[in-house]
Design a protein around this ligand. Sequence first.
Ligand SMILES: NC(=O)c1ccc[n+]([C@@H]2O[C@H](COP(=O)([O-])OP(=O)(O)OC[C@H]3O[C@@H](n4cnc5c(N)ncnc54)[C@H](OP(=O)(O)O)[C@@H]3O)[C@@H](O)[C@H]2O)c1
Length: 254
Amino acid sequence: MNISGNTVFIPGATSGIGLALALALRAKGNTVIVGGRRTDLLDTIAAEHPGIDTVEIDTADPASITAAAKDVLARHPDLNVLVTMAGIMRVEDWRRPESFLATAEATVTTNLLGPIRLIAAFVEHLQAQPDATIMTVSSGLAFTPLKVTPSYNASKAAIHMLSESLRLQLAGTSVKVVELEPPSVRTALMPGQETSEFAMPLDEFVTEVVGLIEAQPDAKEIQVERVKFLRYGEARGDYDQVVATLNDADPHGK
Ligand SMILES: NC(=O)c1ccc[n+]([C@@H]2O[C@H](COP(=O)([O-])OP(=O)(O)OC[C@H]3O[C@@H](n4cnc5c(N)ncnc54)[C@H](OP(=O)(O)O)[C@@H]3O)[C@@H](O)[C@H]2O)c1
């Protein structure tokens, strides 16, 4: 995607990577619409950042996606970029089904069904735009598993393969599919992550992402340097070592 001149909807941008990316894209000359459930944060974002539009959306709820899509497209008929950012990450213990099943279902609903339903709501509109992009958000954990979050890892691996497949189907259209693959980044995604030494500072991450989009507008995957350790273990041939290093370093596994 081009770094400027777009109209971008980011459901899942009330905090963390989504909000930082929204502000960075706004600064680069894009119209940006921020979505999420926390209306207090939406109000604050709208007040503090004139020019950023906001919309309430719960991406775990199909009716909310339909309503928000209608609202966004009525207000921004030139929308040409959808970023399926909303996600949750929770620890699960698969030795005890009563402790993980509800979490696993919620994770799949938000992290996989959410993007699927969002893409379904926007894909016809996007194909009618001269130059459009669907940006999916996977993770380094799509490629190397973190022991304590099985459903999260699986949902992100599914997003990777969905992105690969969609790119093939949409190849003859105006819609590009770009997969953002963050490493561990300092956000509130998991308890303690905002101050974790193991995670990448949020501003550094988003600066590198914007630089990559600028340098490679046709990139299929957006990979900051820090994610390549997880992303390419299998290709390098050191996968088992990468799995061990990741899980030894993780504070949630202790
Ligand atoms: N931080 C990392 O280390 C990391 C690494 C790899 C991938 N990622 C991915 O990056 C994305 C953003 O995560 P983050 O790290 O920035 O965490 P975050 O600060 O917790 O942000 C998550 C965002 O998703 C939104 N969200 C969650 N459930 C939603 C729902 N049902 N409906 C609408 N919005 C929802 C939240 O908004 P509301 O609560 O207001 O709805 C929030 O804006 C996620 O997909 C995550 O898996 C993060």
